[in-house]
Design a protein around this ligand. Structure first.
Ligand SMILES: [Zn+2]
Length: 452
């Protein structure tokens, strides 16, 4: 079954309280809505309107991973890969990298606060793997010489230019802390010594307009994968609900109402795009045959044969080679070599409203985790077929909550590649010579993560 990728947009009508943890008295708030929260809110609304869990519509929308997979909603639809980095002092898209409308612009005359630009270090990482004498002194901001740091904030896509998306950065709606007292069950009044604090996401956002009173409704967007019959069922359900649903906690206190709408459809990855990406990347990295990358924009949950959590996609995708445990070692399987992996693990907590019980804690790789592999020329056609099949299926566990969505050979790596081309490595600055490159430290960090 082919699923199409669609944009899902939530316009906040009320502030939103989504807890990062299960503690009710003191819990941090999230600035995104997890896929499982949207799924749960819609499923509960479906049942409230007289639906039954055995209905075919309910099954394909909320229970069948091969028909519908929900994604998390964030301030931007695009999650930059783990190799993206930006200046330590002035992070973010530079003005020349931004799409014209919708981005954050510095006030006229304040060029000192202009972000120094976004870069992608995949090319530099792969060149370091292929030729060990490649110096990473080049991994410094070209405008101020400060080190580059990982950049993880989601970006908005404001349009396309020459078939590649143009990005902009929307500000996150502010998080505010609200307090409320506990209620004594016997007297119905405030209970002594019980005070709850919760972080809520504001539903209004200051715009870039010079008018100090200009605000707009906060909007969160994400990607969902859906089949034709499930899309029909979803449209029917949203019509019935007038697109209004309630998510998160404290819904009885006037929080959590939002309007949910379907947006544009995204084109599927093609055979041709894999070829173009591989050709462009191998031209810049010596001695490589074909290259593809796997990114997991929503994160993914992988378990090995003994049900231990791991950050190696080979646990869920049997035809991939395992990532090498020691730096310098190569693992080769089915004509594929693992070149690079960048994936930290984080704990996923949740509450199962239908059972009234906490969900099991899972360890997922972080959104944007990235893996790069090299393939021999003879195996390439076979591997391409497997890759296209993988994008339509996803990988790992809890796929209907968005985990395990695959982004293949993302053109972002080429468009934001740093250094821009093999010949223009910037000279090492004085500070770079004083603090020699961080290559060994970076490798150590990665190894530690793997062992965990
Ligand atoms: Zn800089």
């Amino acid at each position: 079954m082919t699923l199409q990728r669609m944009e899902l947009k939530a316009t906040l009508l009320e502030p939103l309280a989504i807890r990062a943890n299960r503690q009710s008295t003191r819990s941090e708030g999230l600035t995104r809505i997890p896929g499982s929260t949207i799924l749960g809110a819609l499923a509960s609304a479906y049942l409230q309107w007289g639906g039954h869990p055995r209905d075919r519509e309910f099954q394909i929308l909320f229970q069948d991973e091969s028909h519908c997979r929900w994604g998390a909603l964030r301030t931007g639809i695009y999650q930059p890969p783990a190799t993206s980095a930006s200046c330590k002092r002035f992070p973010g898209l530079s003005i020349s990298q931004q799409a014209a409308p919708g981005g954050i612009f510095p006030a006229p005359g304040s060029s000192t606060t202009e972000p120094h630009g976004l870069h992608d270090l995949l090319v530099a990482e792969l060149r370091a793997v292929k030729s060990p004498d490649f110096t990473s002194a080049a991994l410094l901001c070209q405008k101020c010489g400060e080190p580059l740091q990982p950049y993880r904030s989601p970006l908005a896509i404001s349009g396309t230019e020459n078939n590649s998306p143009k990005f902009s950065r929307r500000p996150d709606p502010p998080l505010r802390t609200r307090h409320h007292v506990g209620i004594d069950r016997n007297s119905g009044t405030a209970a002594e010594g019980i005070l709850f604090a919760e972080e809520t996401l504001d539903c209004w956002l200051k715009t870039d307009s010079p008018d100090p009173r200009a605000y707009e409704a906060a909007c969160l967007t994400g990607v969902m994968e859906i089949s034709e019959p499930a899309l029909e069922a979803l449209k029917k359900l949203l019509d019935l609900l007038d697109s209004r649903i309630e998510v998160g906690s404290s819904r009885s206190r006037g929080l959590g109402r939002l309007s949910l709408d379907l947006g544009r459809t995204f084109p599927a990855t093609t055979d041709r795009r894999l070829d173009d990406f591989s050709a462009a990347l191998t031209a810049r990295i010596p001695d490589t045959a074909r290259i593809f990358t796997l990114a997991f924009p929503e994160g993914a949950i992988f378990v090995d044969d003994l049900l231990r959590f791991t950050n190696d996609p080979a646990a869920a995708i049997p035809w991939l080679p395992c990532l090498p445990r020691d730096f310098g070692a190569n693992s080769f399987e089915n004509g594929i070599t693992a070149l690079h992996g960048n994936a930290g693990l984080r704990r996923i907590r949740g509450w199962q409203a239908a059972h009234g019980l906490p969900k099991n804690d899972d360890l997922a790789i972080e959104p944007g985790s990235l893996f790069a592999y090299e393939v021999t020329g003879e195996e390439w056609p076979k591997v391409k077929r497997k890759l296209l099949d993988l994008t339509s299926r996803g990988a790992g566990l809890r796929r209907n909550e968005g985990f395990g969505r695959v982004q293949l050979s993302d053109p972002f790596h080429l468009e934001f590649a740093f250094p821009r081309s093999s010949g223009d490595d910037p000279p090492a600055t004085a500070s770079a010579r004083k603090h020699p490159p961080s290559k060994p430290r970076r490798k150590k960090k990665k190894k530690r993560r793997k062992r965990r």
